[in-house]
Design a protein. Structure first.
Length: 171
């Protein structure tokens, strides 16, 4: 019973990257970051390359950093990682501190204005299907070395998440 639960719970690679105090308006950065939410990493990079907004360049740089963090995390865990299977699972922009400045005005007065900053966060994650396939392949390889019977049924169950057809009456 414990083996079947292990098969269904494939380890997901998840990595994040953040940039704080980025000198741009959070409202304008949200317009760009909303374009890539939920996309595959390759599609998100292409979207950012051809987006004519100033915020696209730092966000693209941050996305590359999150991908590198995922690769490093997979290497440390000893798990293979296909970068094409990563997608942007979370991304958001928070408001950073505002820089208060004063502009000289006529007749000795002064106008106050604010330079806004933003905190950017991107989280990339491996697709569930890719993680399940990788995990099932690892278990199939381990069991083939042991010579355990019934490997195909457990692998099929891990890939589909359903009970493999078998004898009736057993649950």
């Amino acid at each position: 019973m414990a083996e079947t639960q292990q098969l269904q719970q494939a380890p997901l690679i998840e990595a994040q990257a953040g940039a704080r105090h980025v000198r741009m308006s959070p409202q304008k950065a949200r317009l760009v970051i909303d374009l890539i939410r939920g996309q595959r990493v390759n599609d998100a990079i292409q979207t950012l390359k051809f987006t004519p907004k100033r915020a696209a360049k730092p966000i693209e740089k941050l996305l590359h950093s999150a991908i590198a963090n995922a690769e490093r995390k997979a290497d440390d865990a000893g798990a293979p990682l296909d970068v094409d299977e990563l997608f942007v699972s979370q991304c958001f922009v928070n408001e950073g501190p505002r820089w208060k400045r004063i502009r000289p005005a006529p007749m000795g007065r002064a106008f106050r204005y604010q330079k806004r900053t933003a905190h950017l966060w991107i989280v990339v994650q491996e697709h569930h299907v890719a993680a399940a396939e990788r995990h099932a392949a690892n278990i199939a390889e381990a069991e083939s070395q042991k010579g355990v019977r019934g490997t195909a049924r457990r692998v099929r169950k891990a890939l589909t998440g359903k009970q493999a057809p078998g004898k009736k009456g057993k649950k």
